[in-house]
Design a protein around this ligand. Structure first.
Ligand SMILES: [Zn+2]
Ligand SMILES: [Zn+2]
Length: 125
């Protein structure tokens, strides 16, 4: 892998959710440089992301659990495509890279400070 990461990039404090990161993340998702998954298990959603951060290029190494908004049961009455529900959910991914970014606030040990939004298909197990 070419060394395109940036270790001296300051931690982002002014505009962590700037739309450009969401846009750039979208491009990275299309090329599989970044992958995001959302799995529902026992009514808990587990979001994970790995791959290039749209800002610093380090591995984002993100994972988060949250309560699933809807229990993962779909009433199957023999309707069509019951096994292929198009269930896309917005997941906010935070960069949690291990790279060095000066200016990180106390209590934060990872990441370059940005958050970006992705849309992923929910997988119910
Ligand atoms: Zn980084
Ligand atoms: Zn980053």
């Amino acid at each position: 892998m070419p060394d395109s990461t940036t270790d001296d990039l300051p931690f982002e404090l002014k505009n962590p959710t700037a739309y450009q990161w969401t846009e750039k993340a979208y491009d990275l998702l299309l090329t599989d440089a970044l992958t995001v998954a959302l799995t529902v298990r026992h009514r808990i959603e587990i979001a994970t992301a790995s791959g290039d951060c749209p800002r610093c290029g380090h591995d984002v190494q993100f994972s988060m659990e949250r309560d699933a908004p809807i229990p993962g049961t779909i009433g199957g009455l023999g309707t069509e495509d019951s096994s292929m529900t198009e269930d896309y959910v917005a997941v906010d991914v935070e960069c949690r890279c291990k790279g060095g970014h000066p200016g990180r606030p106390d209590g934060i040990s990872k990441g370059c400070g940005i958050v970006f939004r992705t849309e992923v298909q929910r997988t119910t197990t």
